[in-house]
Design a binder for this molecule. Structure first.
Ligand SMILES: Cc1cc2nc3c(=O)[nH]c(=O)nc-3n(C[C@H](O)[C@H](O)[C@H](O)COP(=O)(O)OP(=O)(O)OC[C@H]3O[C@@H](n4cnc5c(N)ncnc54)[C@H](O)[C@@H]3O)c2cc1C
Length: 355
C-alpha cells in the first residue's frame, strides 16, 4: 500500500472509532437519563430546575439540556436578565463589533431552548426542602401559579443595581446614565469627556478608578465627608490626580439635551447650596441588591445578601447550586455569570449521576 493510502486508511479508522465512540457516549447518556426521566415523569419530579434566565441561567440550561437532563427554567419577570437593559455589549467574546444586550440574551435563550431547556415564564416565590425515603433532598418550588418538585436547583437570579430617584434618571438611562463602569465606561460617548460617579464604597472607588483610563476627569460625588471604602481603595482614589472628590453632596437632577447627559444639579448638604456640574455621563455605584430573599431560609448568605458558594458553586444546602451575580459581589459580568452557570451545571450533572 502506498504511504498516502496508509495514512488515509488510518484516518478513516480513527474517524470510525470516534463516530462509534460518540454513538456509545450518546447511547450511554440516553440509557442513564431515560431511567431518571421515567422516574421524573412518574413522580412529577424534575432532575433540575434553574431559577433565572440571564447568562448564568441560560448557560446552565444549555449544558444540562445537552446532557439530556431536561432542565426546567423558571425565568422570572425579567426574561434575559440585566443585559437586556444595556444597548451595546462590547466585552462578550465572539462579537468584535459589539452586540445589542437584548439580542445577545435572545441568542442565549434560543440556544438553550434548541437543546431542550423548558422555559416557563414564572417568578419563584418560595422554596421548601423535603427528604425522600432514600434520604435525598426533594425541593418544592412555588410560583404564584404552580408548584414544582425537583431533585436539584440552580439559582441564577442575579442582583439589582440600586438606582437614584431623581428627575432625569429614567430619561437619560442609556444616554449617559449607567450603573456599570466596567461594562459601559469604554463606550465612545464616555471617552475623553468629564464623567461623574455617585457613591463612596469600594464599588464606587473601583468604578471611578476604572473610568480614569478613558474619561478626561472623574468627579466622585459622595454624601458624606469620608469614603466608606476600604483604606487601600480610598487611598488610591484620593491620590489619583484624575479623580476630584465632591464631598457632602447629592445629585438632585440629571439634565441634558435629550440625547446625552450634559450636566448634574448637585446639592451640598452642609451649605444647602445647589450648583451645576458639567459632565457627559453619570455612573451610579451605590450598591446592588442580590435577588436571594426567596431562598434565604435554605442557603447561607453573606452580610450583603449574596449567596455563599464554593468553587463548585455549591451552596450551604446539598442539592442547591448558585451561579452568576446572585453569588458574585466582585466581578458581575456576563462572561463570569456564564462561566459559573457552566460550573454549576456540570456539578449538577455529576451529582445526579451519583444518585
Ligand atoms: C447597565 C448595565 C450594563 C451592563 N453591561 C454589561 C456588558 O456590557 N458586559 C457584561 O459582561 N456585563 C454587563 N453588565 C452586567 C451583566 O448584565 C450581569 O453581570 C449579568 O447579566 C449577570 O447575569 P446573571 O445571569 O447572574 O443575572 P441576570 O442577568 O441579572 O438575570 C437574573 C434573572 O433572574 C430572574 N429572576 C430574579 N428573581 C427571580 C425569581 N424570584 N424567580 C425567577 N426568576 C427570577 C430574572 O427574571 C432574570 O432573568 C451590565 C449590567 C448593567 C446593569
Amino acid at each position: 500500500m502506498k504511504q498516502s493510502n496508509i495514512k488515509q486508511s488510518k484516518k478513516n479508522i480513527n474517524l470510525k472509532k470516534s463516530k462509534k465512540y460518540h454513538k456509545l457516549i450518546k447511547s450511554n447518556k440516553k440509557n442513564k437519563t431515560s431511567k431518571m426521566d421515567k422516574l421524573a415523569k412518574l413522580s412529577n419530579l424534575s432532575n433540575v430546575i434553574i431559577i433565572g434566565s440571564g447568562p448564568a441561567g441560560h448557560t446552565a440550561g444549555l449544558y444540562l439540556a445537552r446532557a439530556n437532563l431536561q432542565p426546567i427554567m423558571l425565568e422570572g419577570e425579567n426574561p434575559g436578565g440585566l443585559l437586556t437593559t444595556t444597548k451595546t455589549v462590547e466585552n462578550f467574546p465572539g462579537f468584535h463589533d459589539g452586540i445589542d444586550g437584548y439580542e445577545l440574551t435572545d441568542r442565549f435563550r434560543q440556544q438553550s431552548q434548541k437543546f431542550g431547556t423548558n422555559i416557563i415564564s414564572q417568578e419563584v416565590i418560595s422554596v421548601n426542602k423535603n427528604i425522600d425515603k432514600d434520604n435525598n433532598h426533594i425541593f418544592e418550588i412555588k410560583t404564584s401559579k404552580n408548584t414544582y418538585n425537583s431533585k436539584t436547583i440552580i439559582i441564577a437570579t442575579g442582583s439589582t443595581p440600586k438606582r437614584l430617584y431623581v428627575p432625569g434618571y429614567d430619561e437619560y438611562w442609556h444616554k449617559g446614565v449607567s450603573t456599570c463602569a466596567v461594562c459601559d465606561g469604554g463606550l465612545p460617548c464616555f471617552r475623553n469627556v468629564p464623567i461623574a460617579v455617585v457613591g463612596g464604597g469600594d464599588s464606587a472607588c473601583e468604578e471611578a478608578l476604572h473610568l480614569t483610563h478613558t474619561a478626561s476627569i472623574v468627579y466622585l460625588i459622595h454624601r458624606r465627608d469620608t469614603l466608606r471604602a476600604s483604606k487601600i481603595m480610598a487611598d488610591r482614589v484620593l491620590n489619583n490626580s484624575k479623580i476630584k472628590m465632591i464631598w457632602n453632596s447629592e445629585v438632585v437632577e440629571i439634565m441634558g439635551d435629550k440625547n446625552q447627559v450634559s450636566k448634574l444639579k448637585i446639592n451640598n448638604k452642609d451649605t444647602q447650596k445647589t450648583s451645576e456640574l458639567n459632565v457627559k455621563g453619570l455612573f451610579v455605584a451605590i450598591g446592588h441588591i442580590p435577588n436571594s430573599d426567596f431562598i434565604s431560609s435554605l442557603v447561607k448568605l453573606d452580610s450583603n445578601g449574596y449567596i455563599i458558594t464554593n468553587e463548585k458553586k455549591e451552596t450551604s444546602c446539598k442539592g442547591i447550586w448558585a451561579a452568576g451575580d446572585v453569588q458574585d459581589p466582585h466581578y458581575r459580568q456576563a462572561i463570569t455569570a456564564a462561566g459559573s452557570g457552566c460550573v454549576a451545571a456540570l456539578e449538577v450533572e455529576r451529582y445526579l449521576q451519583l444518585q
